[in-house]
Design a binder for this molecule. Structure first.
Ligand code: UDP
Ligand code: GLC
Ligand code: MN
Length: 319
């Protein structure tokens, strides 16, 4: 941190247009909480000019960074997310030394209520990871920008690598005593509630519903990969999504309401674009997954299984 600096900010990262949908909803959700802090987004060159214009309306500051990738395909295979090597780009946040303290939020998080009290915490405050609660999840954390920390993290990446091929495995190596540090470094789960994939514990979910502050849509399928029908607020889940998590749909709908409202406010041109434009999903279901969806009576009838495709298929069989 540069001397005398007292500004604080929420920070996120979006290296491509896909994650920018998340960044837009996240910034809108933060604004709805009337936060007094700045909003700063790191993007890469790949984010298009059109998208940057949309982002500028909701983020106070946007900084273009050069991507850093781990290139560690073997480790990334362990978390079944080959695309996450690029999360090493998160390390650039430690270079934001015009801020004294920041809260990092993954672009796939949504803030439900004002969480400015997080700035009273110190680096590295984070919540447990649901897969291994003695480690912290790196989707939500408090940090202090510092060029020394940035350099040490790069050095550690070089020496030891990351044990998940992404930032979480590296940050947990760097702050390896996190699980035995004092209580203030351990954020309550309500600041990083994973609400879209199993494992979940429905009774706790119900009991703590009113306390939830930040939702994290962890996993390969994000809210913007589902379809939203604005006229009745219904959600058509992506066929590859885990449909079993109790309460998931409520938060996916909340995400879409915030995202859709923002686009409507930007004027008819953009609102139309979202309503009629099929958000490109990188996850086309396999034939097996499609069959399973039909069998659960949940065909993707607005997507791959829409009537035109089905008719074309029948015709191709008849001809
Ligand atoms: N991210 C990004 N581009 C990518 C992948 C990830 O900008 O291609 C950023 C984004 O902020 C995202 C975070 O890195 O939220 C971590 O990835 P993700 O949230 O998909 O991981 P998960 O929480 O699902 O493990
Ligand atoms: C995790 C975190 C995410 C991180 C990824 C790769 O699941 O939620 O923030 O980028 O692992 O390390
Ligand atoms: Mn995430």
């Amino acid at each position: 941190m540069a001397e005398g600096v007292t500004m604080e900010a929420y920070v996120s990262l979006a290296t491509n247009n896909d994650y920018c949908h998340g960044a837009i909803a996240l910034a809108c959700s933060l604004r709805l909480t009337n936060t007094s802090r700045k909003l700063c987004l790191l993007i890469s060159e790949k984010v298009t000019v059109d998208m940057r214009e949309k982002l500028e309306k909701v983020w106070d500051e946007m900084i273009v960074i050069e991507e850093i990738t781990s290139g560690d395909e073997e480790k990334l295979a362990l978390i079944k997310r080959p695309e996450l090597g690029v999360t090493f780009s998160k390390l650039h946040i430690w270079r934001l030394v015009h801020y004294s303290k920041c809260v990092f939020l993954d672009a796939d998080t949504l803030v439900l209520t004002n969480v400015d009290e997080l700035f009273e915490r110190e680096e590295m405050s984070a919540a447990p990871d649901i897969g291994w609660p003695d480690l912290f999840n790196s989707g939500v954390f408090v940090f202090r920008p510092s060029l020394e920390t940035f350099a040490s993290l790069l050095e550690l990446a070089d020496k030891e690598g990351s044990y998940d091929g992404g930032d979480q495995g590296l940050l947990n190596l760097y702050w390896r005593d996190w699980s035995i540090r004092d209580a203030p470094y351990r954020l309550p789960f309500t600041y990083n509630v994973v609400a879209n994939i199993t494992y979940s514990y429905p009774p706790a979910f119900l009991r703590h519903r009113k306390d939830m502050k930040i939702i994290h849509f962890l996993g390969a399928i994000k809210p913007w990969h589902h379809r939203y029908i604005p006229s009745d607020g219904s959600i058509i889940m992506h066929p590859g999504a885990d449909q079993s998590h109790y309460g998931a749909e409520e938060f996916i709908r909340k995400w879409w309401e915030i995202y859709h409202k923002h686009h409507s406010l930007l004027g008819p041109h953009l609102a139309g674009e979202i309503e009629h434009h099929e958000l490109s999903s990188p996850f086309q279901p396999s034939d097996g997954e499609r069959k399973a969806s039909w069998e659960r009576q949940a065909p993707d009838y607005h997507g791959v299984d829409q009537s035109d495709s089905v008719m074309a298929h029948i015709k191709s069989q008849v001809d």
